[in-house]
Design a protein around this ligand. Structure first.
Ligand code: PLP
Length: 369
């Protein structure tokens, strides 16, 4: 493995210090909860090793959300991030090929790169509404392709695949006998109807998710992967055991007690996301220097500064960051042109979001050539 730090991590707000940022529009999750919001007491928890696969009752709760999935097909992991790592390091070795959607959550690209795999990119284009082209995907799979890696709802664009396309992708993967890594970390934040979990549709699909995004619990580092393939599951478990044996028993206990009453949190969360989405939509409709593809799920969008707007992109970020202490996720976090920016609208408080958007407009005006 050849590790190198990614810009999205080096420049992450938690590394800069949250206290140094006035308007934080960089985040891709819902607002973080405090322990006291959860109403749980952990005094009785014995600090022993946990079940290596994951707390049984927790896995049962996760599985219960998905028709056809059982608790023994769920492996808990340290966030979705380590689930993605486990999948990549299990399925790939140096020189192997895989097909990855780009832009993407950076780890989905960087881990295969660190392994020394040859990455074939499925580049999503603004002009095509950032839509995945299933025919192109099918044509780009080679006999050497080990897996296809997709994220849905998509980060950083918020665009969603249709259920028809998901089923078509799965049919292609089954026919070509390649695995599908389906990062569904934002799945519960879809605006429309939710497609079935990819892993419930085929043993070739591996679904990954966590409690970080929808529930604002990234601090407990609790994620999971799901697969019906028992042999592969065993290898994923071996990878987990070699890295960290088991999850933290405290994280699993918090996750379990939280998930038992998650419905209490989900409805107000989704309401607030919708309200914030409308604020962004109203703002961008009148902001003539920007254009976007309207998202259909998640808590992020990926608009860009119009080419004919006369804005100096470098000066825009400098003004936004230094004068207005406002931060967004610049395009280079996602290997894209810096005229693109990811705006996270689920995390900030309503006033912070409104002020941040208005600061973007001010910085755009002040950064004209
Ligand atoms: C698409 C996607 N997958 C996975 C992750 C990792 O999240 P976590 O490890 O907190 O579950 C992120 C975080 O930004 C993400 O955006």
């Amino acid at each position: 493995m050849k590790y190198s730090r990614m810009p999205i991590e080096i420049e992450a707000p938690e590394q800069m210090g949250y206290e140094n940022i006035r308007c934080n529009l960089t985040e891709s999750s819902f607002a973080d909860l405090q322990v006291k919001d959860l109403g749980i007491n952990l005094d009785d928890i014995l600090l022993c090793y946990a079940d290596h696969i994951g707390k049984k009752e927790l896995r049962a709760l996760i599985a219960a959300d998905h028709k056809g999935i059982t608790s023994d097909q769920v492996l808990t992991t340290v966030g979705a991030a380590s689930a993605l790592f486990i999948v990549s390091t299990t399925l790939l070795k140096a020189g192997d090929r895989l097909l990855v959607m780009r832009p993407n959550y950076a780890t989905n690209i960087e881990t295969p790169r660190a392994i020394g795999a040859q990455i074939d990119f499925l580049d999503l284009k603004f002009e095509e509404g950032f839509r995945l082209n299933v025919d192109e995907l099918a044509a780009r799979i080679t006999p050497e392709t080990k897996f296809v890696s997709l994220t849905n709802p998509h980060n950083p664009t918020g665009v969603m695949m249709t259920e028809k396309d998901l089923r078509a992708v799965i049919a292609v993967c089954e026919a070509k006998k390649v695995h599908l890594l389906f990062d569904e970390t934002y799945r519960e934040m879809t605006f429309g109807p939710m497609a079935p979990l990819a892993a419930s549709l085929s043993p070739w699909a591996i679904s990954v998710s966590s409690l970080s995004k929808t529930y604002g619990l990234p601090g407990i580092r609790l994620g999971w992967l799901i697969t019906q393939d028992t042999k592969l599951f065993e290898t994923f478990l071996a990878a987990k055991e070699q890295m960290y044996i088991c999850n933290s028993i405290l994280d699993e206990e918090v996750a379990y007690r939280f998930l038992k009453k998650k419905d209490q949190f989900l409805a107000p969360t989704l309401k607030r996301i919708r309200e914030h989405f409308e604020i962004v939509k109203t703002w961008i409709t009148q902001e003539k220097a920007m254009e976007w593809i309207e998202p259909a799920g998640g808590v992020v969008c990926f608009p860009r500064i119009r080419k004919d707007s006369g804005v100096n992109v470098h000066l825009f970020y400098k003004t936004l960051n230094e004068k207005y202490s406002t931060y967004v996720g610049p395009g280079h976090w996602f290997e894209q042109d810096r005229s693109f920016m990811r705006i996270g609208y689920g995390w900030p408080k309503t006033d912070e979001l409104k002020e941040g958007l208005s600061n973007i407009s001010l910085a755009l005006r002040e950064a004209k050539f």
